[in-house]
Write a protein that binds this ligand. Structure first.
Ligand code: HEC
Ligand code: HEC
Ligand code: HEC
Ligand code: HEC
Ligand code: HEC
Length: 579
């Protein structure tokens, strides 16, 4: 099949011109159920999308040098990369730690324009809580600066003369995001305990250079350890806790305080819980966060360019999630965002993200498709492969099902869940009206209904909200459950909310849904296509920014307007019926 044509059809990540489409973005898994041989060309599943735009590859920036800075407790990545770069695996592929890390969301957690707009939005919505919000939000997104301020008896401050100001003494540490000396200095002390969540990791505040400890997975001999110690002021030491999910859980379990209508703090909200979702799934026994998010290099690799010993397994610092969209923003606007990764490095991370979404996230298949009178009845099965809910993490993420029927002339006769050019989902009440939302469906019988797997949040007055500090609870949480997750169990903070609770086939490992499409007097054979689409920023989450102002918000909206918020195809199946 012609790449260019396929790409235009599926508008997979319709940002690149066809000529420059990287090979990994062109082929989401196509699961074809051969009920009948195909005799019509594949339908134009997302034909309503505008032609792909050539905005990729216009701006090629090389990335700035890694930050070099040293505090009493932390050093920036530039101080570590000098020896931990230039590494290759046994097949000759680059496995340099800095190369992989610098284009990840964690390395860019402090520069992320969506994050900065979000903090500004929270502060504007709750001005009297400004200092609490800036302190809270900097805890995990600017961990080195915030931890240092805290250790000195202060708190995190982001705006005005705070961490984002180049004149601030902690600016350099802040802008290095979640860097080497954060993860590698976390102590075993409280891992897995409640006090470790919401950024409660323990890092030593007593030891001084050159005696500060850096934990790693291997045992290191004295001589190489001393080389690192002499140059960096940190001594490598084996710490097996580094390889445990509980390390990641310190920041990937987030409770945010919320306020009532009078602005008083009224409680805490489980905003992100991938660790709990993982803990209560089958993966707790089989794979850690690191196993999936730090894939092993081929064969042994020397962990520094001064080492002789090949270490295996060697875990790559790629930290790929689902956020292809902001990675694209960082790539396109890298120069003004002063990123340290090059366009190519962001492109590599984006490709890995799209590849992970398209091959290791979920599958969709037809169980049965039949024509009954003038109705097509299709039973669709979704299987989840993630080690936590899908989507997980930040509550703006959403996945949905796009279902289309074409007649023998290629005309669309039934469509649910099409994406509009502005990133909204056709038929989704929430994208039209901020106070409404689409319930979880057991069956879809009208094109206006859409199955969306998402979190819908309400405030203390039970109004829908995307303001984190107003978020009291979920009215809908039908994010797909990982394998082994027991829906009925009383885990309040990760519970299913809304109609999915009653849906018997919505269980750990996936969901089943029926589509009933009236084809009227149209002529068969009909081609039925179904796909799972994923977006990291749901339409309403971005749209609500238009109500606010502030330079961070305006800047985010400029980027958002420039780069279409189009979904990534996670899985697809196609079948022909009624000959
Ligand atoms: C002067 C070179 C040099 C610098 C600078 C340096 N390291 Fe190292 N690092 C080494 C060497 C050499 C080893 C031992 C490698 C071996 O034995 O295979 C090592 C080991 C490690 C290990 C243990 C790896 C394992 O497999 O368990 C970690 C983690 C580490 N370094 C992180 C860092 C961090 C973080 C920084 C920045 C603060 C840093 N290094 C700076 C040279 C350096
Ligand atoms: C406990 C650590 C922690 C704290 C505290 C925290 N965050 Fe985050 N934040 C995260 C993690 C982890 C993610 C990534 C989740 C994902 O990718 O799904 C994230 C993602 C985000 C995103 C999405 C970014 C994107 O590019 O899609 C926004 C926006 C955000 N956070 C805003 C905030 C705001 C506002 C605050 C303060 C109220 C805050 N965060 C406090 C850990 C934290
Ligand atoms: C988000 C946390 C995190 C950050 C940030 C991070 N690392 Fe790591 N690193 C880990 C974990 C976890 C492992 C062990 C992985 C395992 O056991 O599978 C590791 C392993 C290593 C190793 C041993 C070799 C390997 O890759 O297996 C070295 C050396 C290392 N890191 C250096 C660095 C340097 C240098 C940086 C900054 C450029 C960095 N790390 C940033 C979490 C992190
Ligand atoms: C079995 C493999 C697997 C395991 C185990 C796993 N993940 Fe994931 N994770 C994935 C896949 C695949 C995705 C991409 C799909 C998605 O975004 O949910 C992902 C996505 C993510 C994202 C990005 C979410 C988003 O949509 O922005 C975060 C954050 C994350 N994982 C954190 C974790 C943490 C923390 C753990 C351990 C508690 C963990 N993961 C364990 C496979 C895994
Ligand atoms: C110091 C806090 C911290 C720790 C520890 C941490 N993370 Fe993160 N992580 C973050 C933040 C903050 C973000 C979101 C940055 C953003 O989107 O702006 C994030 C984002 C991610 C993403 C999402 C990428 C995407 O494309 O959506 C993945 C995957 C991830 N982290 C994996 C891990 C794993 C695996 C570990 C443990 C080895 C870990 N993290 C430890 C703070 C942390």
């Amino acid at each position: 099949m012609n790449r260019c044509w396929l790409f235009t059809l599926v508008a997979l990540f319709a940002l690149a011109a066809c000529g420059t489409v990287p090979s990994t973005t062109e082929s989401p898994p196509t699961v074809t159920v051969p009920l009948l041989p195909m005799n019509t060309p594949p339908p134009t599943a997302t034909a309503i999308l505008p032609p792909t735009q050539d905005i990729t590859s216009k701006i090629i920036h090389p990335g700035l040098p890694l930050l070099v800075g040293r505090g009493e407790l932390f050093s920036t990545s530039g101080a570590c990369a000098i020896c931990h770069t230039g590494l290759v695996d046994e097949t000759g592929v680059d496995a340099s730690i800095d190369t992989n890390w610098r284009s990840t969301m964690m390395a860019n957690a402090a520069r992320d324009p969506y994050f900065l707009a979000s903090v500004r939005g929270e502060v504007l919505a709750n001005p009297e809580l400004g200092p609490i919000i800036e302190d809270k939000c900097s805890t995990c997104h600017m961990p080195m600066a915030r931890f240092t301020a805290y250790a000195d008896g202060g708190e995190g401050k982001m705006f005005e003369d705070g961490f984002t100001d180049p004149g601030n003494a902690l600016h350099t540490l802040a802008m290095d995001g979640n860097s080497c000396t954060v993860c590698h200095q976390i102590r075993e002390t409280n891992l897995g305990l409640e006090s470790s969540y919401s950024g409660g990791f323990v890092i030593d505040t007593e030891l001084r250079s050159p005696n500060r400890l850096i934990f790693g997975p291997h045992t290191i001999d004295d001589d190489p350890a001393r080389i690192m110690q002499n140059v960096s002021g940190f001594r490598p030491e084996q710490g097996l806790h580094l390889s445990e999910s509980e390390l990641c859980a310190t920041c990937h379990t987030l409770y945010t305080p919320y306020v009532d209508a009078t602005g008083n703090i009224a409680g805490e909200f489980p905003e992100q819980t991938p660790y709990f979702e993982w803990f209560y799934s089958d993966y707790r026994r089989t794979q850690t966060c690191q196993d999936c998010h730090m894939p092993e290099a081929e064969g042994g690799v020397t962990v520094s360019n001064l080492s002789q010993v090949l270490r295996s397994p060697f875990s790559k610092h790629v930290f790929v999630g689902g956020n292809a969209y902001i990675i694209q923003v960082l790539k396109e606007f890298g120069e003004e965002l002063m990123v340290t990764a090059s366009s190519e490095q962001f492109e590599a991370t984006k490709e890995l993200t799209i590849e992970q979404l398209g091959s290791r996230t979920a599958t969709i298949t037809f169980d049965e498709v039949r024509l009954s009178g003038s109705r097509i009845i299709a039973d669709v099965v979704i299987e989840v492969l993630t080690g936590h809910k899908f989507p997980t993490g930040f509550p703006s993420r959403r996945a949905w099902i796009h279902f289309v029927v074409h007649d023998s002339d290629g005309e669309v006769i039934f469509e649910s869940g099409a994406v509009n050019p502005d990133g909204s989902i056709a038929g989704n009440d929430n994208d039209v009206e901020p106070g409404e939302y689409e319930q979880h469906y057991l069956a879809i019988v009208q094109p206006e209904q859409v199955q969306i797997y998402e979190a819908i949040i309400v405030d203390t007055e039970y109004r829908l909200t995307t303001t984190l500090l107003r978020a009291k609870g979920y009215v809908k949480d039908n994010r797909l459950l990982p394998s082994g997750f027991e829906k009925a169990a009383p885990y309040e903070d990760i519970a299913v909310h809304g109609m999915a609770r009653e849906d018997e086939d919505f269980q750990g490992g996936g969901d089943e849904i029926q589509y009933i499409a009236d084809v009227g007097s149209s002529e068969g054979p009909f081609v039925v296509t179904v796909e799972i689409l994923y977006q990291s920023i749901g339409y309403r989450w971005a749209e609500n920014f238009r109500l606010g102002n502030g330079s961070e918000i305006e800047r985010f909206l400029d980027y958002y307007n420039a780069i279409p918020n189009l979904p990534v195809v996670v899985a697809r199946a196609m079948v022909s019926v009624g000959e």
